[in-house]
Design a protein around this ligand. Structure first.
Ligand code: ADP
Ligand code: NI
Length: 217
C-alpha cells in the first residue's frame, strides 16, 4: 500500500461517493480493486501511486451514480485538481478512469501499463469466490433466477447471451462474461491470479450441476 496523504484523502472521497450503492460497486469492491491493483503494480513494476489512486476513484465517475458519464468524470477531475499538483499525474489518472468508464467493464484497450493493471484488478473482482457472490447478489437484485437449464444449458454451443437482465440467469452470466475474462487479462501477474479464480468458478459450476441433477437419472 502507498501511504501518501492523497491516498487517504481519495479513500474518504470514494467512500462518501459510493455510500449506499447497491449495484455491486460499494466501497469494499473499490477497496479490493485498489489493493489488488497495488499488488499487481509491485509485481509488474508499474507506478503504485497512479494505480492506487486510479483504482480508488475508478467507480466514482460511474454513470449509475451520476447524472451522466461526463458529470461523473468532471467530479473526479475537479477532485484531482484540488489534491494533486502534477498535471501529468492528473492526466494519466483521468485517462484510466475515462477508458474504464467508457468501456463499461468491456474490452477497451488501455494505452498505459497502469491502466492495464487497474483494469486487470477490476476484472479480478468479478472472478472467483467473490465474483460468484457478487453475481448472485446482483442477479437477486435484478430478479434473475439462479439457474434454468433451458437458459443456461451445460452444452456451451447452446448457451446464449442475455443483455436483458429480466431474461437471463445468474449461472448464465458465467458464460456471458465471467469465463471470458481470463483470456482478456493484460498483465502476466494479473493472468496468473485470474487462472486460479477461473478454475475455482469451473469447479463451482461442476459441483452446482452435480447437485442440481442428483437423483434425476
Ligand atoms: P464492473 O463495472 O465491476 O466491471 P458490472 O457493473 O458489469 O461490473 O457488474 C458488477 C457485478 O455485478 C459483477 O461482478 C457481476 O458479477 C455482476 N453482474 C453484472 N452483470 C450481471 C448480469 N447480467 N447477471 C448477473 N450478474 C451480473
Ligand atoms: Ni469496479
Amino acid at each position: 500500500m502507498n501511504h501518501s496523504p492523497i491516498v487517504a484523502e481519495a479513500e474518504i472521497f470514494a467512500k462518501e461517493q459510493l455510500a449506499g450503492d447497491s449495484t455491486g460497486h460499494d466501497w469494499f469492491h473499490t477497496e479490493r480493486v485498489r489493493n489488488t491493483a497495488a499488488l499487481i503494480a509491485e509485481m509488474e513494476q508499474g507506478d503504485v501511486f497512479i494505480c492506487t489512486v486510479a483504482a480508488t476513484l475508478h467507480d466514482v465517475a460511474d454513470e449509475k451514480l451520476n447524472p451522466s458519464k461526463e458529470a461523473g468524470l468532471d467530479k473526479v477531475h475537479n477532485w484531482l485538481k484540488q489534491h494533486l499538483a502534477d498535471e501529468a499525474q492528473i492526466k494519466h489518472i483521468m485517462l484510466i478512469i475515462e477508458t474504464m468508464s467508457f468501456s463499461g467493464g468491456g474490452g477497451e484497450p488501455m494505452s498505459t501499463l497502469e491502466g492495464r493493471i487497474v483494469q486487470d484488478a477490476d476484472r479480478l473482482d468479478a472472478l472467483g469466490a467473490i465474483g460468484i457472490a457478487r453475481t448472485m447478489v446482483f442477479s437477486g437484485a435484478k430478479g434473475r433466477p439462479v439457474y434454468d437449464p433451458e437458459i443456461a444449458p451445460r452444452d456451451e454451443s447452446l448457451q446464449k447471451e442475455y443483455r436483458d437482465y429480466s431474461k437471463g440467469t445468474a449461472v448464465n452470466h458465467f458464460y456471458e462474461k465471467l469465463l471470458k475474462l481470463k483470456d482478456l487479462m493484460n498483465t502476466p501477474y494479473g493472468r496468473k491470479l485470474a487462472e486460479e479464480r477461473h478454475d475455482f468458478m469451473l469447479g463451482f459450476l461442476e459441483q452446482f450441476y452435480k447437485e442440481w441433477n442428483q437423483g434425476s437419472h
